[in-house]
Ligand binder design. Sequence first.
Ligand code: IPD
Ligand code: CA
Length: 266
Amino acid sequence: MSLAHDLEALAIDIAREAGDLARARRDVGVAIAATKSALADIVTEADREVEALIRSRLKAARPDDGFLGEETGAESGVSGITWVVDPIDGTVNYAYGIPTYAISIAAVRGEPTPESWETLAGAVHNPMTGEMFHAAKDEGAWLGDQRLAVSTDVGGAGALIGTGFGYDPSTHAGDLALVERVMPIARDLRRAGAASLDLASVAAGRLDAYYERGLQPWDLAAGSLLVTEAGGRFGRAKPDGSRRAPLVVAACPAVFDELAAIAGLA
Ligand code: IPD
Ligand code: CA
């Protein structure tokens, strides 16, 4: 068994337990605990509770590893491995009762920033559908025990493209201008509301491509590995010094170059 495979197995186990907790909390009702970067950027008590569970399980299993979570921040480790965790990706869907949210857990090697890390393993779990997407470096991407592959032929109608919009209202005009530039190559657009599941959808061939500006490391850590292990391409622009996180593009090879050029991926 490789290290990546062991990390993948651990991510799967913990994501399943965390998904059960998120779902149980949702069943008894969700309270918004606070707003974060913008009024639309919310955190629920469940986000915090689920992250605490994941963090404690990882600490018990691999005490030397580092941790980077959306709700509780970063802690360095000594093993060279860091766990990058979004306890509930798609929190707005979660709060509204839309069954499109996920637990995203990844193990990365190196500095825990997307510019320099190497993702070794990841799991993205939607507790409402029961789907468990998972991948280990060089060992493929899977939905349960079914191997995933990105779409191969997009056809004349164009690509089915997912995207998302950040919480900061000042960025919406730029996002909408980009939608206008992307539409000529799209058969249609989807805005599902959970970046990790958008990336899993590219890996599974349910979307031909996905792009978004403003994703945080925990939104993309596991999902980007799903895409590349399923034969897709993943690119992230270099940070430009602005407050906003850079654009990411994930796509099947047939669409990647054209979408990356339209989106201005440097
Ligand atoms: C958000 C979702 C959403 C994306 C946002 C993310 P959160 O994550 O992934 O689809 O458009 O950029 O911040 O806040 O629900 O964990
Ligand atoms: Ca989240």
